[in-house]
Design a protein around this ligand. Structure first.
Ligand code: ZN
Length: 79
């Protein structure tokens, strides 16, 4: 796996792959991640919807366009 990933994190592809990331529900190994990316997933509770909301939030701030959530949506998952 380390060789397949070129020795770098499967998310940022920059930092050394230092942690074996697991699906916390099934226990299955997903990939090798760096310290920061592995911790980031944990901070967002491995929740894809929350990670997408966070990405949109950061992008909107960078673009100086934060006026509220996209039409018909909320910044946070509702379900
Ligand atoms: Zn990383």
């Amino acid at each position: 796996m380390l060789v397949d990933q070129g020795g770098v994190c499967a998310i940022c592809a920059k930092a050394p792959a230092a942690h074996v990331d697991h699906d916390h529900d099934s226990g299955a190994v997903r990939s090798l991640l760096c310290f920061n990316c592995n911790g980031g997933l944990g901070q967002f509770r491995d929740d894809p919807a929350l990670l997408r909301v966070a990405a949109r939030y950061v992008e909107s701030h960078r673009a100086g366009q934060l006026v509220g959530p996209p039409p018909g949506q909320q910044w946070w998952p509702t379900g």
